[in-house]
Design a protein around this ligand. Sequence first.
Ligand code: FE2
Length: 429
Amino acid sequence: MDLIIRRAVLPPSAAQPNVFVDIGIEGGRIAAVEPTLAATAREEIDANGSLVTPPFVDAHFHMDATLSYGLPRVNMSGTLLEGIALWGELKPHLTQEALVARALQYCDWAVARGLLAIRTHVDVCDERLLAVEALLEVKRRVAPYMDLQLVAFPQDGLLRSADAFDNLKRAIAMGVDVVGGIPHFERTMADGAESVRLLCEFAAGKGLRVDMHCDESDDPMSRHIETLAAQTHRLGMQGRVTGSHLTSMHSMDNYYVSKLLLLMREAGVAAIANPLINITLQGRSDTYPKRRGMTRVPEMMAAGIDVAFGHDCVMDPWYSLGSGDMLEVAHMGLHVAQMTGIDAMHACFDAVTANAARILGLERYGIEPGCDANLVVLDARDAVEAIRLRAARLAVVSRGKVVSRAPAARAQLSLEGRPAEVDFKLHRG
Ligand code: FE2
């Protein structure tokens, strides 16, 4: 074989503690998963009881803006609206070379974090479609090691911004994969609903997936997700449509939400929360008590709706922090949603792995014979420990090849009568 990872623990590890397996890889695919693999390989990795998972998947990102922090200035207030204004100031100065360079640098960080599939929105409200061309180039360049999926995103509003729909159609014709939208940013609720109808009909006609920024607002009356679910149902697009953010749901009336969740479930509409961004951008006009703003994640999961967590932003006009670490995203999502029960914590891990992979429609994702050999060896014994420690990615395997290695997090102590080293894991006895 090409590569064997020995003594791996697979998720969900809570169900099978201390069951080690060997993972055999050949020709870019997983060839065998067995307790003890008799085969030999050109290269072997001893996981030594560490968690080995399929790669992290970011279901919601903005790669055209990433790593632009400080260009042409920083977001002084840290608000969503100043971020949108700042992006408008930056757009005329974008160059394709700089955009490609920043995106590739981010992809390097992502690979090192075991993040091997990203759905990124790309702003199409620009006659030149410069960002679209740049990210299509990035998609080609990273294809040997990363799955990049592009969403045509009319940032300034489909109906509110001149030529936005034409630009979006041009972007799709150029090879962008998914149809985006931003109904809550249109001039009126009616325009928002109309934009959802137009975009869903366009996507249905082309056989494309839909992923809209939807109801990223504190306004409980922002109910475009209802229209999105209804259009999905009407057009027979079940399983192919996603609502991103959905923060207004946090502020909605409970009785209305009880109806809404059933509509979403019926339509097979998935949801993506963006914990780092939602907790910082929502509730900004509140005094106290201050709303958290993140959508109703555990309630949607309990209703049978697919929910993923996205990173959304890293060092851009909206968010100054981040490094492509989906465990940091899961960590924040877990806290904001108060998902501290054991099953809920595992569900937060799924929200940055398997659930996100389903939303992107990734095929052959997982650790079973026949799956693509994309894997991460984490310096953790289970998913909860991985989230708690934002565990080091000891090895990242893409298409059967080791593409990144990192040391374990350890500290050397110099204390009388105390251990010489700590690894931040709980050791008993
Ligand atoms: Fe976004």
